[in-house]
Design a protein around this ligand. Structure first.
Ligand code: PBG
Length: 327
């Protein structure tokens, strides 16, 4: 017999699937997953988004079917994005009561509004011909306060269509206050605001541009946050809370898990994270090449986002992940 080595053995808690299941600190549940969906005006069949394999721009009809599927999978909610047939300088279709997003909201609320929280993107980039999230000043810069006027109108039009929660995603200063005030004045006190609180000027939004047919040239660095900075995320959190945000969000997710953790540590309201188009595309591309195990990678990313502090996760894999969770 050799010497007795007094080894402390953390591995005991990793030995069997049963013990690993018993001690897991983070669990995923379909109810906390939110599926982003794209609906496009003027198409008769779904249009695949090449940079997001498996994801399409829906017709109104296939959108309804996707919504039913999401409800059956037990998801928590849907985030709807509209793609209008016509774009212009001020994004007129965003405030047209008969615009594609408003029609889609009415369709989906009628279909699954009792089972899912229906949310809508509140931003102008899908609707403007220059592709910016706001209206432009004479000098070509994004005019913060003129944009707020448009956001207020959008909020009311979306709420009139029946949406449960609006998601202002343009990173304009004061957007939550203005949206809240407009909703309240229009009698929509019960419509909640999911604030895109810490949204970074990210390369990981790349595939989304194709998804919504955006014509953006240039970038969004004058309104979205610098990836180098963490403090301003906490400042944005303070402001959004003071302005009445019901939920706050960090976006993208995976490259910003530290931000997510910092926000989650101090937020008195639920914290969502958006696993964006580029995060989806990266895993799909690597998996298509046989370089990673697709399903394990999906579940690992979602688990890590939850572990970092997200209460809800917006993910294009929501339905598939929910099915995997149910086994
Ligand atoms: C703005 C908006 C964007 C995304 C969600 N809302 C694009 C942007 O800010 O550039 C990105 C979502 C994704 O990449 O999956 N309307």
């Amino acid at each position: 017999m050799g010497v007795q080595i007094p080894v402390v053995r953390p591995r005991r808690l990793r030995t069997t699937p049963a013990v690993r299941r018993l001690v897991a600190e983070t669990r995923l549940h379909p109810a906390e997953l939110i599926l982003p969906l794209f609906v496009r005006e003027g198409i008769t069949s779904p249009v695949p988004i090449s940079s997001m394999p498996g994801i399409v721009q829906h017709t109104r009809d296939t959108l309804r079917k996707a919504a039913v599927e999401a409800a059956e999978a037990g998801l928590g909610g849907l985030m709807l994005f509209g793609i209008p047939a016509v774009q212009d300088a001020v994004g007129s279709e965003g405030t047209n009561p008969e615009g594609i997003l408003q029609q889609a909201i009415r369709d989906v609320v009628a279909e699954v509004g009792d089972q899912l929280v229906i949310m809508s993107d509140l931003c102008l980039d899908e609707y403007t011909d220059h592709g910016h999230c706001g209206v432009l000043a004479e000098d070509g810069s994004v005019d913060n306060d003129a944009t707020l006027v448009r956001y207020a109108e959008m909020a009311v039009v979306q709420a009139d269509a029946g949406v449960h929660m609006v998601g202002p995603s343009g990173m304009m200063d004061g957007q939550i206050a203005v949206v809240r005030e407009a909703l309240d004045q229009a009698g929509h006190q019960d419509v909640a605001v999911l604030a895109y609180t810490a949204k970074y000027a990210s390369a990981f939004f790349g595939p989304f541009r194709e998804a919504v047919g955006s014509s953006l040239r240039g970038d969004r660095r004058s309104y979205q946050q610098d990836p180098a900075n963490a403090r301003e995320a906490l400042r944005e959190l303070e402001l959004d809370l003071a302005e009445g945000a019901d939920l706050v969000m960090v976006k993208p997710a995976m490259a910003y898990l530290d931000i997510l953790r910092q926000v989650a540590d101090v937020s008195p309201v639920p914290v969502a994270a958006y696993q964006v188009s580029g995060e989806y595309a990266m895993v799909e591309a690597a998996a298509a090449n046989g370089w990673i195990d697709r399903e394990r990678a999906i579940m690992e990313t979602l688990t890590s986002i939850r572990r970092a502090g997200a209460d809800q996760v917006l993910t294009y894999w929501a339905v598939e992940a929910a099915r995997m969770l149910r086994g």
